[in-house]
Each structure stands twice: as structure tokens, then as C-alpha cells.
Design a protein around this ligand. Structure first.
Ligand SMILES: [Fe+2]
Ligand SMILES: [Fe+2]
Length: 183
């Protein structure tokens, strides 16, 4: 119930936040969550593949896809944190200060935004593969505690990515594109 209330309240609250606050929140809350959760899940997966891989051969595939999505997300977050988010914050500061925004390797913010949205789709597809491989994160009858924890953590990881992508795709990115066009 608490989760449902939060998801309903959040979009309204976030639409009033500055670029600095919103990008800071995304990094602190979602990017840092990925950085903290990924090695824990990878560790669970290694143990579960070792103990249950023979009875559940799909676990090895889950491990491979998870490593791929983490690699993709690390590169993606690097681009957001080092190029796109600083550019968005500077775009606002530059408007206030009456100067041109910082030099950027793109002609319009809509270009990196489109690339980031394509990355989001790719990560979403990879996590959907994991959902399918685990039949919706259903815990098998022969699972140990680590297996159970691993599936729970994978489900949480997908849920967090959905919230994260929702914030960027529907609030942050459209606002940045609109702000640039107001110029
Ligand atoms: Fe992000
Ligand atoms: Fe993103």
C-alpha cells in the first residue's frame, strides 16, 4: 500500500523539482542503488549457479544476461553523470547568467536524450529476458535461501529500473528538450 501511494505521489512532486535536484536525486537514489545492488546480485547468482545450475540450467543464462545489463547500465550511467546531466544543469545556469551553454559533443540535447532512451529500451529488454527465464521470479520448490534472495533481488532491480527510467523518460528528458526549445 505504501509503495502504491509513493508511485502516485512521486511524479507530481518531481515535476516541480529543478534540474539540479532531479538529476541529483536520480544519481543518489537510482544510479547508486544499481552500483550497490549489482555486485550483491552477481554474488548470489554465482552461488546459485554453482549449487543449482545442474537442476536449473536457465540460471547460467540469467547470470550472463545480468552481467550484460550491468555492463550496459554502467556505461549508460557514466554518460548521464559525466555528459548529459552536467549539460542539463549548465543549460539552466547559462540561461540565468545570459551566456551560451558549455561546449558539448552534440548540436541539441535531444540527440543524447534519444540515445539514452534507446539504452533504456535495451536494458528493459535484458531485464525482461531475466523475468522470462525465471518465469516471473517464481521461487522453485527446491530453492535454498540464497536462490530465494537472488530472485527477490532481481525483481527489485527490475522494479527500480522501471521507476528510474520513468523519471528520466517522462519527466527529466522532455523537460530538458522543452527548455532548450524555449531558447
Ligand atoms: Fe539514469
Ligand atoms: Fe538513463
Amino acid at each position: 500500500m505504501i509503495m502504491a501511494e509513493h508511485t502516485e505521489l512521486r511524479p507530481n512532486r518531481f515535476t516541480t523539482w529543478s534540474f539540479a535536484l532531479l538529476t541529483g536525486y536520480i544519481v543518489e537514489n537510482h544510479h547508486n542503488y544499481i552500483r550497490a545492488a549489482a555486485p550483491v546480485i552477481a554474488g548470489h547468482l554465482a552461488a546459485v549457479v554453482h549449487d543449482h545450475g545442474a537442476a536449473h540450467p536457465e540460471l547460467r543464462k540469467v547470470q550472463t544476461v545480468f552481467a550484460a545489463v550491468v555492463d550496459d547500465l554502467n556505461q549508460h550511467m557514466w554518460k548521464e553523470e559525466n555528459i548529459l546531466f552536467p549539460y542539463m544543469r549548465d543549460m539552466v545556469a547559462a540561461r540565468h547568467e545570459g551566456r551560451a551553454p558549455m561546449p558539448a559533443p552534440f548540436a541539441s540535447v535531444s540527440m543524447p536524450v534519444a540515445r539514452m532512451m534507446a539504452d533504456h529500451e535495451q536494458a528493459d529488454d535484458e531485464l525482461a529476458q531475466i523475468r522470462d527465464l525465471t518465469r516471473g521470479y517464481v521461487v522453485p520448490g527446491d530453492a535454498c535461501e540464497t536462490y530465494r534472495a537472488c530472485l527477490g533481488a532481481l525483481e527489485e532491480f527490475e522494479h527500480d529500473l522501471h521507476e528510474h527510467v520513468h523519471l528520466e523518460n517522462t519527466i527529466l528528458f522532455p523537460r530538458a528538450v522543452a527548455f532548450e526549445q524555449e531558447d
